[in-house]
Design a protein around this ligand. Sequence first.
Ligand code: FES
Length: 152
Amino acid sequence: MAETIEFRLNGKNIAVELDASKTLLWVLRTHFNLTGTKYGCGEGYCGACTVLIDGSAVRSCITSLGEVAGKSVVTIEGLADGDKLHPVQQAFVDNDALQCGYCTPGMIMNAVGLINDNPNPTHEDIIWGMENNLCRCGAHNRIIEAIETAAA
Ligand code: FES
C-alpha cells in the first residue's frame, strides 16, 4: 500500500508516494532514475548497490524505502561537489582503480562510508572494510591503493 515517505536524497528534501516495503535500490533506480547504484546479487552480498545513509555505507538492495524515512541518502550521483570529484572518486581515477566499472559506484560509496567511520584507516582496516565488495575484474589491489591515497 502506498504511503508518503519523506527523506533527503543527494541533498534535496524528497517526498514519495510509494509502498514503503519497496527496496531502496528499486526506488533509486526506477523511481528516481539514479542508475549509478547497481543491482548485483540483490541479496546483500556483493556491495554493488551500496549508498550512504546518514553517512554510513548501507546496501540498498536489502534496505526498504520505509527504513530511510527522515534520513539522508547519498548515491554516487550526489557525491561530487559540482564539477569537483569527491577525493575518493578522484583517487579511483588517479589510481586507475577500475576495469569494467560495474562495481565502482558501490566500491566508492563503501570506501567513503569506511573513511567516514575511520578517517585514518590502516591498510588492514581498508582490506577488511572492503572485503565484502566484490570486483569480478580483479581490480582489488588498485582499489585498495586508491582508498589508501584518498585517506592519506
Ligand atoms: Fe545489493 Fe549485491 S546488489 S549487495
